[in-house]
Design a protein around this ligand. Sequence first.
Ligand code: SF4
Ligand code: SF4
Length: 104
Amino acid sequence: MKKDENVKLTAAQAAIGGLVEAGTGEAFHTGSWRSDRPVWDKDKCINCLTCWISCPDAAIKTAQDEKKGTVVIGIDYDHCKGCGICARECPPKVAALHMEPEKK
Ligand code: SF4
Ligand code: SF4
């Protein structure tokens, strides 16, 4: 399907269920919507991955470590909307994530 935003589809041309195109989220940098941003403390993080599984925008970045397996490596600020779920779900005793006002 053509990606031109100006192309208008009729109802008959749209896919069943109204799904026009999947997987487009990566193209839109929704991080500009934030009023607060999560700040990750690498030294406190125990890599439980609770933040990763809780983030609705898949904005917790991970990588594979030979010894530790999947580890958190940071936050994708291009797509994080600043909802604060990750900071809320990080175990309180660990507190490796907290929210701060977004700097303009
Ligand atoms: S603030 Fe929300 S969107 Fe951003 S990384 Fe945390 S859970 Fe994901
Ligand atoms: S929830 Fe907290 S401790 Fe667990 S991986 Fe995320 S930042 Fe690290």
